[in-house]
Design a protein around this ligand. Structure first.
Ligand code: ZN
Length: 290
């Protein structure tokens, strides 16, 4: 690894994490949060990080302090946010009396509701000490809310449904899936395929990039998923990217991720429902600290 790691992003992250206001989740107050929304500038617990993820990356970009590799730029963005108390002074400036902030033991539903109001709907937003900045931000916020309300108007029923479904889900941890390579995959175009992998766990799904014209693709990608309880099997599917038609299937597999283990587990997964092919992956589970 790089020899400059002594003064690298991780060290600066560590210093930030030890600041008193960052030692408790910005949203629910749980001690020792190990997750960060770096664009919003807050340290959050694993339960709240699941909710942040569900808001989408246009609202919150979540990284793990321990598991993710940080760039200097991401650390800089986080520092610019000012830390948990600065961000909360802005995003929790005016919390109405009938709404209470969730605590460490709050349900996923209470958490989701508050976090969505706080960062997505911007319902508690207040002016900061810097007047011009505040004005500009309020204008932007109004614009954002305006645009979203326009969308929401037509999408309301669909969104309300998906939100309440999501609100019921309890997360017990995170799983990091390193997808290294595929070997001897099936041919779906004339002589080759353009394969990519889709991971599905409960309602979440994430995918790798497409590797062009290869039956032995190397992805070397890390994908993160929240682990719901009860935990369904992790589904892996390989597809061939087609420009002009539906992507073709190139096999699939299911992995039971059952009792969460903290150590990394490397494995070779034979693909089912296909002529040939296997995937080389690694699983790393992060249980929720109780
Ligand atoms: Zn929290």
């Amino acid at each position: 690894m790089a020899s400059s790691s002594h003064s690298g992003p991780l060290d600066r992250l560590e210093i930030l994490m030890k600041k008193p206001d960052n030692r408790f989740c910005a949203d629910c107050g749980s001690p020792d949060p190990k997750w960060v929304s770096f664009n919003l500038g807050v340290f959050i617990c694993i339960k709240c990080s699941g909710v942040h993820r569900s808001l989408g990356v246009h609202i919150s970009k979540v990284l793990s302090v321990k598991l993710d590799e940080w760039t200097e730029e991401q650390v800089n963005t986080l520092i610019d946010g000012g830390g948990n108390s600065t961000v909360n002074m802005r995003y929790e400036a005016f919390i109405p009396k009938n709404i209470s902030k969730p605590g460490p033991d709050s349900s996923t539903e209470e958490r989701s509701d508050f976090i969505r109001r706080k960062y997505d709907l911007l319902q508690f937003l207040g002016p900061s000490s810097d007047h011009d900045h505040a004005q500009e931000e309020t204008n932007q916020a109004k614009h954002r809310v305006g645009v979203r309300q326009a969308f929401r108007h037509s999408w309301r029923r669909k969104e309300a449904k998906s939100f309440s479904t999501r609100g019921m889900v309890e997360f017990v941890g995170m799983i990091k899936v390193n997808i290294f390579r595929g070997t001897n995959l099936a041919i779906r175009d004339v002589v080759s395929s353009d394969p990519y992998v889709v991971l599905t766990l409960g309602h979440q799904s994430v995918k790798t990039k497409v590797v062009k014209r290869s039956l032995n693709p190397i992805w070397n990608e890390s994908l993160m998923l929240s682990v719901p309880s009860p935990t369904p099997p992790l589904k892996l599917e390989v597809f061939d990217k087609d420009k002009f038609s539906t992507d073709d299937r190139m096999g699939e597999a299911e992995i039971k991720i059952g009792p969460l283990v903290q150590r990394r587990e490397k494995m070779i997964i034979p693909l089912q429902n296909v002529e040939s092919g296997e995937l080389e992956i690694e699983l790393e589970c992060v249980p929720l600290p109780q």
